[in-house]
Design a protein around this ligand. Structure first.
Ligand SMILES: [Fe+2]
Length: 250
């Protein structure tokens, strides 16, 4: 299975999954034109669309795709999301034309948020729940809900390759360096990120194992997080809440 990352809007990503059968699935379409351009150039047909949450920058491309492929199956977490044909729930297993996703409910950013985990291909599409070195803003859920949602990601296979909904990495890195005052701990990460930008023009996808070491929103039990918790006298959840609240006004 191949995965093409399509730049969308200012800093969104959508994903086209495809293989030699020339069938494809699309995750979180925001703008249909660049997606359809890629699909037509490669003689693909779109069979399934998967939506992570109701925000417009993850759904507004559905309409345009439907006009080109009226038979497409639109999967989402809520019947309120326009054109949904299949509503997905926590722990559902859903088969696409290419693979099987396990659905994991991750409330916090929105209440309806779900993520798509393909265990056999070791990939995760996590929308706006986790970002590289950060996490989504908590708009609809509570901080505690978001903390628990991130925990579910932290427990997946550490070799999982993660595809998130936005390119926010540089801002997240600048924030974490500033707030932790541990710039030296992020030297290797900054090098890797510079390298990704230079070579691919983006820092997505990324490896769960790396996030477990460096993303303190995700994992409060890494070596670094343990040190910070001790310095600030915080519990796991308090560290998460402190970072999320501070980041909101960064
Ligand atoms: Fe969002």
């Amino acid at each position: 299975m191949k995965i093409k990352i399509i730049n969308q809007l200012k800093d969104n990503y959508s994903f086209v999954l495809y293989n030699r059968t020339l069938k494809s699935c699309v995750i979180d379409p925001a703008e249909s034109t660049p997606i359809l351009n890629f699909v037509f150039e490669n003689n693909l047909s779109i069979k399934d669309i998967f939506i992570t949450h109701h925000h417009k920058d993850h759904t507004s491309g559905v309409k345009g795709i439907l006009s080109a492929f009226p038979e497409v199956n639109v999967h989402s977490p809520s019947a309120q999301i326009e054109n949904t044909r299949f509503v997905l729930h926590d722990q559902d297993e859903v088969s696409s034309c290419l693979n099987t996703f396990k659905i994991i409910k991750t409330p916090g950013h929105t209440l309806d948020h779900i993520i798509y985990y393909d265990e056999s291909n070791e990939v995760l599409f996590c929308g706006d729940t986790l970002f590289r070195l950060g996490c989504g803003r908590v708009f609809e859920g509570t901080l505690y809900e978001m903390y628990n949602s991130l925990k579910k990601i932290n427990e997946l296979n550490k070799k999982t390759i993660i595809y998130c909904g936005h390119e926010y990495t540089l801002n997240n890195l600048n924030f974490i360096e500033k707030v932790l005052k541990k710039k030296e701990a992020y030297l290797t990460v900054r090098k890797k990120i510079d390298h990704d930008f230079k070579n691919k023009g983006k820092t997505v996808p990324f490896l769960l194992e790396d996030e477990q070491r460096y993303n303190l929103f995700l994992n409060q039990n890494s070596k670094l997080a343990t040190l910070i918790k001790k310095e600030l006298g915080l519990t796991d959840f308090e560290l998460f809440a402190y970072l999320r609240k501070t980041k909101d006004s960064f």
